[in-house]
Design a binder for this molecule. Structure first.
Ligand SMILES: *[C@@H]1O[C@H](CO)[C@@H](O)[C@H](O)[C@H]1NC(C)=O
Ligand SMILES: *[C@@H]1O[C@H](CO)[C@@H](O)[C@H](O)[C@H]1NC(C)=O
Length: 422
């Protein structure tokens, strides 16, 4: 017994020494993101140990056997808020002077350990755009993950936007839940940009994991991934952090609001899409639909928390996407809850107000469908399937969306809908 104990001590000592010298420098959780400059691509990855005396980098090129360019990464050491206070190392590098439409190959790491070779096509803003938009996805009931990986590799998608609530939760189990999720989505996120912003499940410790695991476009206010905008040819995207409202963060809410109003003043794109986590409108079990205090204040606002709907109307936002409720619902164009109905609910011409789409059905522990809600007068379609929304920018006059079923009849398009704008 004693001998065994001594042996165990010795073994532990040797193991500790081995970890201290070599460390776990394996590259994990590789994912791409857009910077806002269409000639750049950002790659972000993580190691569980520091990389003393070596500089991490990305090497990239036009073929897998000639990664002739390199770009150095910057490293952030950060602490998880769990009881073990685990430290992780996030590495970020920007590939520059990229040509839209060109296929690139890349590998990330350091002289100690490198990743496999991945590839991507630099998005081309002069071409039609296909995007997956969804919220509320984890590995538990993550029905949409494999279909999204498939869609990525069959060339059906240019960008993925995950509109809050990732992994349930990134920080759980000392951050291991986040690591497992980010590794599981690498087969898509290392091949097309994976854009994010926070939902209510990312608020822990001042959005610690959202700030430290990702690299979103800078907004010039806080530059911490929580809200951003992106110009992509004919389309302008803005993501806003509704958790500032829900968390009672008035100063940040006002700063975001002022930034948003200024951002829209500069916008010249034909199409304007807003992305939120919390819904402004939806059908629920209640006859009143979505009316949590957080939803109402985000929509209507007050002196300390300026509301968003009037800005959407004034600036002619085309579509507002959100999640949070774990289902899919599409609504008529709407002003202050009053639907503006027209002849064909699947083909709306020159809408006079923003269209609202709830797309929180990608896959998580709980799910709901039409049986769990009372249809509001503004509701067009409610679905019970798991899945994600596919958004399509066709050209200067047409956009469309449809829902991709990922639970019942995998890959089946449902609720196809067009907006035509002259
Ligand atoms: C992914 O694609 C493969 C090969 O085409 C197919 O066999 C598989 O069923 C697909 N899986 C999903 C979840 O779509
Ligand atoms: C724009 O896209 C729509 C939908 O695909 C198509 O019907 C229309 O003909 C296109 N317009 C032009 C000018 O190509």
């Amino acid at each position: 017994m004693l001998l065994l104990f001594i042996f165990q001590l010795f073994f532990d000592f040797v193991m500790t020494a081995a970890i201290a010298t070599s460390g776990d420098n394996r590259v994990e959780q590789v994912h791409l993101s857009l910077s806002g400059n269409m000639n750049e691509m950002i790659v972000t990855w993580l190691t569980q140990s520091p990389l003393p005396n070596v500089t991490p980098f990305v090497s990239y090129g036009l073929s897998a056997d000639n990664l002739k360019w390199t770009s150095k990464a910057t490293t952030t050491k950060w602490a998880d808020e769990g009881e073990k206070s685990v430290h992780r190392y996030t590495h970020r590098a920007t590939m520059k002077n990229m040509s839209p439409g060109q296929r690139y190959y890349y590998s990330v790491g350091s002289s100690q350990a490198k990743s496999n070779i991945f590839w991507f096509t630099q998005p081309d803003p002069s071409q039609p755009l296909r995007m997956a938009i969804f919220g509320d996805l984890s590995l538990n009931k993550g029905f949409s993950i494999d279909p999204l990986i498939n869609a990525t590799h069959s060339g059906d998608l240019d960008i993925i936007i995950h509109i809050g609530d990732l992994a349930y939760d990134l920080q759980d189990d000392n951050g291991n839940v986040g690591d497992d999720y980010m590794n599981a989505i690498e087969p898509m996120a290392a091949y097309i940009p994976y854009m994010v912003f926070p939902g209510n499940h990312e608020v822990s410790h001042n959005f610690n994991h959202m700030v430290n695991r990702f690299t979103m476009p800078k907004n010039g206010v806080y530059d911490n991934n929580l809200f951003w905008s992106l110009d992509f040819g004919m389309i302008h995207f803005v993501s806003l952090n509704t958790e500032y409202y829900a968390e009672g963060m008035s100063k940040e809410t006002k700063a975001q609001y002022e930034w948003f109003v200024d951002d829209l003043k500069e916008n010249k794109a034909k199409w304007l899409i807003v992305l939120l986590h919390r819904p402004l409108y939806c059908s629920t079990k209640s006859a009143k639909g979505c009316h949590d205090p957080q939803d109402i204040i985000t929509r209507e606002g007050n002196a300390d928390f300026p509301g968003l709907e009037q800005v959407f109307i004034d600036n002619k936002v085309d579509v507002v996407f959100y999640g949070h409720k774990h289902t899919y619902e599409r609504m008529w164009p709407m002003k202050h809850g009053i639907p503006i109905k027209s002849e064909d609910s699947s083909y709306i011409k020159n809408p006079e107000a923003p269209v609202y789409i709830l797309t929180g059905a990608a896959g998580c522990h709980s799910h709901s469908g039409p049986d769990d809600s009372i249809a509001q007068p503004f509701s067009i379609a409610r679905l019970g399937n798991y899945g994600y929304t596919k958004f399509h920018l066709h050209n200067s006059t047409h956009i469309s969306t449809h829902f991709i079923d990922t639970s019942d009849n995998i890959g089946k398009p449902l609720d196809r809908f067009y907006i035509e704008k002259q």
